[in-house]
Design a protein around this ligand. Structure first.
Ligand code: FE2
Length: 593
């Protein structure tokens, strides 16, 4: 039984393949097309899935799309009618986009894949999210919560998953949306929506939630966790270009200039920003105001999620929770949900946003339509394309690059550990690439976390990121508790996917300055020997050499580009950056003559 799950035409397009209920492949289109957040028809990701399953499109039993286009179109039209004539632009744009292609997904899939219409199914957006988490979780029974910007009508839903089915019994509907509220502040703070939400989360610890009471004016939350926005402050339901109204600006002041440099007293002024501007003090003050706004929306979001999750726990009596939707990528909030609610275990899969709904669509069809029992638990993120040794050697030969090849893994890893402990920064490319937005040790840049200067060094060499983007640690799972406030890390899954932010233990803060954020927290990845054997051994060896079984891990890409996919992408990034050396499977490439 071959089932292809697809999501596209909105955020990150993706394809996944299930064979007899087991996941074979899952990838976002951007990794192949090299267009960040590519939302188009995922031609390359589909090809990759079919190749991985050793099948042709005609062998597909079902293709399942992650949402219902006609219902979504109905929501857009209804909203446009209710907000006319202000919605004229939105209406014109929607008609163009939807009538040209988005409504005709069934025809597109029939044409592209040569399938009978009866084999093409549609799932509901939030049910796809719910299925993407519960149906590949390790739990037989759990509460399920999905929270995002918007699907068809729902912006949040909850219920209970049992065995191979999920019963959703509550939902919150557009325009009331926690995800869209966060996105409005993302836009207000000068970041791109659907991309800059992490930046808001990283900026928050540089401020204080001084304006939480103002944010709370925008949203009313009931005791049962449901909420309503005061739509006088928002215009996203009728404007395609402006998310907030003049009333919002009256309350919070003018928005931050898009992508302007961010620095405060506590961040310092990074060397890669160049010379300090003449009006430095005034800019610091202004940035501190925006950091306070970021802290306020983050704090309010956390409090609302806590209320929603506590209410869900009371309503269901469950001790386990599965979450999905873009808001489930808020790793700071997730860390608090584990610590401060009665749920004892939480499951979130690494692509919790819309790309992951492609997986949910396929799981929904296999278990909930076809009634098949569950067989699959997603316990790692390595579902993308891999490149074998010969592919790597061919790429090196084509580009006339001389690399050192190792047959003895210990020698390879010793060399990497030597380089890292001397302060060098490495590109690290191993096995299949990761599913979801995080690099988890297969397409990573790694460095020594003990050096305070390493943040600046990595930023200068490759990332040119601003100080509010903390670097993450990868730590051996069985040693995580020594350095981070996450007892019994092996019991939990989200930390495998960098989905919890936790406190760095006091004694470790001085040891690990490059991965400790300004508020003393870290977004850790715990690494296991069964799912990431070579990465585990590398960190273990680094620990033996330095006393710290932790490396700094950031995604292997240049700013603004998707994470590298192929050896050729890795080499291009290596030569276009200040990386000191590159580990491509068993080979090490250096820039020395
Ligand atoms: Fe979504």
């Amino acid at each position: 039984m071959n089932i292809l799950g697809l999501s596209f035409f909105y955020h990150d397009a993706a394809a996944t393949l299930l064979q007899d209920g087991m996941l074979i492949a899952a990838a976002e289109e951007e990794r192949f097309s090299r267009l960040k957040h590519d939302s188009g028809y995922p031609l390359h990701a589909i090809r990759f899935c079919l190749e991985s399953g050793k099948i042709q499109a005609r062998d597909l039993d079902y293709v399942v799309f992650y949402e219902k286009p006609f219902v979504k179109f109905e929501r857009i039209l209804t909203t446009a009618l209710h907000t006319a004539p202000r919605s004229l632009d939105l209406f014109a744009r929607a008609m163009k986009n939807w009538l040209v292609d988005r409504l005709w997904i069934k025809n597109l899939l029939q044409r592209e894949l040569g399938l009978d219409p009866g084999r093409i199914l549609f799932s509901e957006h939030h049910l796809s999210h719910a299925a993407s988490t519960f149906l590949c979780s390790p739990f037989d029974e759990a509460a399920v919560l999905t929270v995002d910007g918007v699907g068809e009508w729902a912006t949040a839903s909850s219920g209970v998953g049992k065995g191979n089915t999920i019963k959703i019994d509550r939902e919150i509907r557009f325009p009331h949306s926690l995800g869209l509220l966060y996105s409005v502040f993302t836009a207000f703070l000068g970041f791109e929506v659907n991309e800059g939400e992490y930046k808001v989360m990283g900026m928050a610890p540089y401020g204080e939630p001084r304006y939480a009471d103002k944010v709370e004016k925008l949203i009313h939350v009931d005791g049962d966790g449901s909420f309503r926005l005061d739509m006088d402050y928002f215009s996203y339901h009728y404007s395609p270009s402006q998310a907030f109204t003049a009333k919002f600006v009256d309350l919070f002041g003018p928005p931050r200039e898009p992508e302007s440099y961010f620095f405060t007293k506590s961040s310092g002024y990074p060397s890669y920003f160049g010379a300090k501007p003449a009006n430095y003090d005034a800019l610091v003050k202004r940035n501190e105001y925006y950091a306070d706004i970021a802290a306020s929306i983050q704090a309010v979001t956390e409090e609302i999620l806590l209320k929603m999750v506590n209410a869900l726990q009371r309503q269901t009596g469950q001790r386990r929770l599965c979450m999905a939707g873009g808001v489930a990528l808020n790793s700071v909030a997730n860390g608090r949900l584990l610590k401060e609610t009665a749920f004892e275990e939480i499951y979130i899969q690494p692509a919790a946003g819309d790309s992951g709904a492609a997986l949910g669509a396929a799981l929904y069809a296999y278990h909930m339509i076809l009634g098949q029992p569950r067989r699959f638990v997603m316990d790692h993120a390595y579902w993308g394309k891999g490149f074998d040794e010969s592919a790597i050697h061919d790429t090196l030969a084509e580009q006339n690059i001389c690399a050192e090849s190792f047959t003895d893994e210990d020698k390879l890893l010793d060399r990497v550990v030597d380089g890292l402990s001397q302060g060098k920064v490495a590109g690290w490319f191993q096995g299949r690439f990761e599913w979801g937005p995080r690099a988890l040790g297969h397409r990573s840049i790694i460095a020594d976390p003990r050096r305070e200067a390493m943040k600046d060094i990595v930023n200068t060499k490759i990332k040119f990121r601003e100080p509010y983007r903390p670097f993450a640690p990868s730590v051996l799972e069985n040693r995580a508790g020594e350095f981070f406030d996450l007892p019994e890390a092996e019991r939990h899954f989200p930390n495998r996917f960098m989905l919890y932010v936790v406190d760095v233990k006091d004694k470790a803060k001085g040891q690990l300055p490059a991965i400790t954020h300004v508020d003393g927290s870290a977004r850790l990845q715990t690494v296991r020997p069964d799912t990431s054997p070579r990465y585990y051994r590398l960190i273990e060896k680094f620990g033996q050499a330095t006393g710290v079984p932790v490396v700094l891990n950031t995604s292997f890409n240049l700013r603004g580009e998707p994470i590298v996919t192929s050896p050729a992408d890795a080499l291009k990034t290596f030569y276009n950056s200040g990386l000191d050396f590159l580990v491509l499977d068993n080979c090490i490439v250096t820039k020395e003559p």
